[in-house]
Structure formats: C-alpha cells, structure tokens
Ligand binder design. Structure first.
Ligand SMILES: [Zn+2]
Ligand SMILES: [Zn+2]
Length: 285
C-alpha cells in the first residue's frame, strides 16, 4: 500500500549558497557531479544509453533544478532507475519527495540509516558550539528531524552490491551518521564519498561560499562519532581512489586526492576533529 511521504517539520529553504551552485562537472564519462547551493548530487550513467542513477537529492526546493539538470544530460523526459542515498541529512534529501513523485522511482539507503528516513528517529541536533566558525554558528537553522519516505525507501543489499550500478559496491563509512555509505568502483577506483570526507574548508562562511578547496573531515556540526569517522576515512584511503566526488566541494582526482587523503588520515585529529564541541570525546586527540 502507498504510504504518504513527508519532510521533517523543521525543513525549510536554507539561504546558503556558493559560487559552484548550478555548475555541473563531468568527472568521468559516466560520472557527473552537480552542485545545488552548497551540496553535490551525482548522476551515474552514460548519457549515450540514457540509463542513470541519482546519488543524493539536494536541498529543499531544488527538485525542478535537479530534473532540469538530469534532462539536460540525459534528454527530455528522462528518469533515473533509482535514487541512492549516502545518508539522510537535510542537504542530501531536500528534494527527494518531489523527485520520487515526479519520477516514481525507488530509493535505497543503508539499513542503519532507514530510521532517519521513515520518520522514526531524528538526527542529533546540530552543534552550534563546535569549533568551526560561521557555518557551525548558523547550523541551528539546519533541519535535523527525519523525513518520512514511507515504503518508497529500501535497504541496500547486504552483499555490498549497489542496485542498478553494476561494478560499484557500497562501503559502510559511519561516523558522520550511523548508516553513512560511500560508493566505490574497483575497475577504475572511482569513489562517491558522500560526507565521509569533503573537499571544502568549512571553517568560515566565506570559504564555503568561495568553495576554497581542502580535503577535510566530515562537516563538524553534524558529526557525532569522530572515532568512527576517522576509521571510515582510513578505509576509503586504503582503496586508493583515483577520482572522488564528495558531498561538499569540488571533485578530486590524482595526486591532489591521494595526497589530500593521506594528509587527512595522518592528521585527522588536528585537521578534522574539532578542539571543542558537544560531540567531541576528549580522549580521541
Ligand atoms: Zn551530512
Ligand atoms: Zn552534507
């Protein structure tokens, strides 16, 4: 039976944007990153055959823009086979209900993330007291209540495969959220990292707006388990990815990615983990 879908009651348009907003970048022939305000979505699929999957679903109010970006790349009236989520934060599911209604497609996420996607569990409140400048300070604006996708969301298969993305496997990368996943393709070592690590300095609003690049840990105000977040970054670095699309910031490739990840793994305690904040456990440093 169809179940009604709804956003968290605290969902609203967030007035934060960046110079990258509205820009799409073809990272590989079948991997296209598109920036909605401050967050990236990703189209996976070759425009030649028109089949694709959408990874993550942007900000509140961005459905029309996402549909337009999809049609520009895959042709008018196109629709993805599925929407697959790295996690359920407001900036990754902001337009998902309109998209599911428009395209009539299934959504997949990690089993542990499902309670946040079917209205059962709120994310922890963002922490405005965390070390992290203006973006952390404005984080009380950020919704943390769960959306409810009803029976439109399914769990990713336990064998690590990714529905409709042969060649990719999902990798559990918890820390930023409990059921956070990244997607990796062994053949060409392409990585869709989500917020496991990002490529923008978030310590000032200015750097978010200008998208100043730096491989860094997950967004601070929402990350609650820093030990797990560190382990997740190590796990991804060990895969030695050749290209990466992250949830925030420009795509990365080659030496910039390799050395950036290495620096992050080796200095995660000083680079990523905030010096203070309510989710910081004093003994990780
Ligand atoms: Zn997030
Ligand atoms: Zn995010």
């Amino acid at each position: 039976m169809e179940k009604e879908m709804s956003y968290g009651s605290d969902y609203k348009i967030i007035p934060a944007t960046s110079i990258g907003s509205g820009v799409g970048i073809q990272v590989l022939p079948d991997l296209f990153s598109y920036t909605i305000q401050i967050v990236n979505i990703c189209f996976v699929g070759n425009p030649d055959n028109g089949e694709f999957v959408l990874v993550d679903a942007g900000m509140t109010g961005s459905a029309d823009e996402i549909i337009e970006a999809a049609e520009e790349r895959f042709g008018e009236g196109c629709r993805p086979i599925a929407i697959i989520l790295t996690h359920g934060h407001f900036d990754h599911v902001g337009a998902i209900i309109e998209l599911v209604n428009h395209w009539q497609v299934p959504v997949y996420a990690h089993e542990i993330e499902l309670p946040y996607l079917v209205g059962q569990k709120s994310y922890p409140e963002p922490d405005p007291s965390v070390e992290g400048g203006m973006v952390a300070k404005m984080s009380p604006l950020f919704p943390n209540e769960p959306i409810n996708l009803g029976n439109h969301v399914e769990k990713l298969p336990p064998d690590g495969s990714v529905p409709h993305l042969p060649g990719f496997r999902w990798i559990h990368t918890p820390g930023h959220t409990p059921g956070h996943v990244s997607f990796f393709r062994d053949e060409d070592r392409a990585l869709i990292a989500g917020d496991a690590f990002i490529n923008v300095k978030q310590d000032s609003l200015y750097k978010v707006i200008t998208q100043e690049e730096e491989v860094n840990g997950p967004p601070r105000y929402f990350t609650t388990d820093w030990r797990a977040a560190w382990d997740s970054v190590k796990k991804l670095a060990e895969l030695n990815p050749s290209t990466a699309i992250t949830g925030h910031g420009a795509p990365l490739a080659g030496e910039a990615l390799t050395s950036g990840l290495e620096r992050l793994v080796n200095n995660f305690d000083s680079l990523a983990i905030p010096d203070y904040g309510k989710y910081v456990d004093g003994n990780i440093h």
